[in-house]
Design a protein around this ligand. Structure first.
Ligand SMILES: [Cu+2]
Length: 474
């Protein structure tokens, strides 16, 4: 990592370049000190010390970027740079991000704030920052080649606009976008309403995170940037289960969760034990009459969704993407289905040649979660997570919403596992088992397959050109 002194020296050197293409006279003032973050932990909400007050959000396994006020302008400093991100304990990735982390820090401002963002490029190639969803002057939209020249390595650019619309936003590069997003360059942006908003309710907890995905071979550190769909790490804020922090709330808290999708596929995000409303999209808060209760909402590519619910059921509630392959880690998909295959005969023959040969998957794959299988140095088990009753057999986009009666307001610490009240847990039946009563159908199929001897079905295809007037058989 570059020391702060080195960095400031360099930042000072590029100030001259900035002023040459200055956005306004005020922008020529010295840059705000870039703030770096080394930890992948969920940081407490950043209560605003200056500017208009608001209720800050909590970024899952992330943090909010501090700012300074400069003559009424809120100034931030983003540094695009290579970072080392711990994706789960024991597994780190070499990504690109901002200010020491991927994703970059969350930026929080208030409606009608004038915002100035200094972006310093410490990547080996040029970049830009696009402020996804914002109303702003076209020249501030951050599209390399279209609305601005790209920011060359070592250079600093200034973006400045008024945050006109309250809501949920993202930022990401719009220069060599495929590579830079595959490497983890993205961040969250919240514009809080200036005053009580008819469509934006006050909440007790407000969580944010981005959906992202990486393809990193077991034992490797750098994502494969050419992967289009077959990623092997499905992450929330560049963390995978069991590395994703839990969302810890107090019983009867009103909870908002804001989710943005910068992967290449959609993610149906599912919450257990509660119903929620989708109260906002990237376009802003949804009109109240258009909201309906859900337990799963699909977040399509490039979209944002904000969900809200009353956390009125105590417990440890699973919260995850409902695509089951997205709750697995570093998994190869070229594995044959072995359920129901009796290996015994073949195994005895193979073990004569390969003494430590291991049978996989003949009774399903749950064994994978507990098998003491050696892993390469830098990867995460495919299915893991030590729960109070055994392995949770999950990975990727999975975590837990912990609702507790005694969680203090404003306390985000993990309260530990839920203690189930007596008589409220699934249990093993140890009595006698009745013989199953076979159901006999009363009706018949609408189109019985009578006179259709299965063994003799043959498809006859006649090509129109050869058939002389008849149409093709099916
Ligand atoms: Cu998913």
């Amino acid at each position: 990592m570059v020391s702060r002194r080195n960095f400031l020296g360099r930042a000072g050197a590029v100030t001259a370049a900035v002023s040459a293409a200055a956005v306004s006279k005020v922008a020529m003032a010295a840059l705000p000190e870039p703030v770096m973050q080394a930890s992948p932990d969920t940081m407490p909400p950043l209560v605003p010390g200056s500017g208009h007050p608001y209720n800050p959000v909590v970024t899952l396994n992330g943090w909010t970027l501090p700012w300074r006020m400069n003559n009424g302008v809120k100034e931030f400093h983003l540094v695009a740079e290579p970072v080392v991100r711990e994706m789960a304990p024991g597994f780190t990735a070499h990504l690109w991000g901002y200010n020491g982390q991927s994703p970059g820090p969350t930026i929080e401002v208030v409606e009608d704030d004038r915002v100035r963002i200094f972006v310093t490029n410490k990547l080996p190639e040029h970049t830009t920052v696009h402020w996804h969803g914002q109303r702003l002057p076209n020249g501030m939209d951050g599209i390399g080649g279209l609305t601005q020249p790209a920011i060359q390595p070592g250079k600093t650019f200034v973006y400045e606009f008024v945050a006109r619309r309250p809501g949920t936003f993202m930022y990401h590069p719009h220069a060599d976008e495929m590579v830079q997003m595959a490497m983890g360059m993205m961040g969250f942006w919240i514009t809080h309403p200036k005053q009580k908003h008819p469509l934006i309710d006050a909440v007790d907890r407000d969580f944010v995170f981005l959906l992202n995905a990486y393809d990193i071979d077991p034992g490797a550190y750098t994502p494969k940037i050419m992967t289009m769909l077959d990623f092997n790490l499905w992450s929330w804020n560049s963390r995978i289960f069991p590395g994703i922090d839990t969302l810890n709330v107090r019983k009867n808290d009103k909870v908002r969760i804001r989710i943005g999708n910068l992967t290449m596929t959609n993610h149906p995000i599912h919450l257990h034990g509660h119903e929620f409303m989708v109260t906002g999209t990237d376009g802003g808060p949804t009109p109240k009459g258009t909201r309906w209760p859900e337990v799963t909402t699909d977040v399509a590519v490039g979209q944002m969704r904000q969900i809200e619910f009353l956390a009125d059921e105590e417990g440890d509630w699973a919260f995850h993407c409902h695509k089951s392959h997205h709750t697995m880690n570093a998994m190869g998909h070229g594995v044959p289905t072995m359920i129901g295959v009796d290996h015994r005969d073949v195994v005895s023959k193979i073990t004569q040649l390969v003494p430590d040969y291991m049978v996989m998957g003949e009774r399903g794959m749950a064994d994978m979660a507990e098998m003491p299988m050696p892993l390469p140095d830098n990867t995460a088990p495919m299915m893991s997570g030590a729960g109070p009753f055994g392995s949770v057999e999950m990975g990727g986009m999975f975590t837990v919403l912990k609702v507790r009666r005694d969680q203090k307001p404003g306390d985000y610490k993990d309260p530990g596992w839920f203690k189930h009240p007596a008589g409220t847990m699934a249990y093993e039946w140890t009595g006698a088992l009745a013989e199953p009563a076979r159901f006999k159908a009363e009706g018949t199929s609408a189109m019985p397959a009578k006179n259709m001897p299965a063994a003799d079905i043959e498809v006859q295809v006649r090509k129109p050109a050869l058939g002389g007037g008849g149409h093709a058989g099916h």
